[in-house]
Ligand binder design. Sequence first.
Ligand code: AKG
Length: 254
Amino acid sequence: MYLDKASVANYWRDGYLLVENLFNEREVQAMLAEVEKGQRVSEKVYGRTDSSGRKARLAIWHELGDDIWAAASTNPRIGNAVRLLMGEEIAFFHGKVMLKESKTGGSWEWHQDYGYWYDQGFAFPHMLSAFVALDPATRENGCLQVLRGSHELGRLTHGKVGDQTGADATRINQIEAMFERVYCEMTPGSVLFFHCNLLHASGPNDSDYHRRAFIMCYNALANPQFTEVKTAEQRPCPVSADDLIERMADGLPV
Ligand SMILES: O=C(O)CCC(=O)C(=O)O
């Protein structure tokens, strides 16, 4: 799978790009099985309270490991798309499973990812996330919302909202009407690539359906992190075999 020039241009115009069916059904089922039974998610899961006091639960890690999450994060359909969108060599930064469960899942406040990552010492906003829908993501179950083109604002001031980090609410009120708000409804296996300065949020899940997702985050390899302990890998992101997720799910040698 390659992205054409128009798709790359659309990414830079809008701050995001949706690629439908990047992962197939078997790959999505394999990831969901890991969400439900895998050690990585159960060991790492915790909650971040939103402004209404509800918890948005997630599991996050900074090392690739050798499981299905590493296979997805090094999959050439993802890695090559990220390289083409960023126009440079990339390093793996982190992976996270977002568990927005039916009836209970909390919101994510308006923020830019670079609002968090600047404070983690990254010099440039040369960073990107790839959000994989594992369940259908709809307005009803709290799909991602983005302000189209808002990455052009540059980094806004962020502060604490609940125990999340949110963009300055006064500034969000001032600028919101300037941008189209897009509800990113997604089918399982589709991937939303988005720029680290794109403003995004998501509502609570009051529906009967889970809205789980896997997000893979990448840093430009040439983007330094000014902290003693580096949380982004300092080597080019490896590229695995295209069928690695399915082989792992089938218990075949890898
Ligand atoms: O899962 C969501 O709805 C929001 C995720 C998000 O905002 C993030 O990871 O930066």
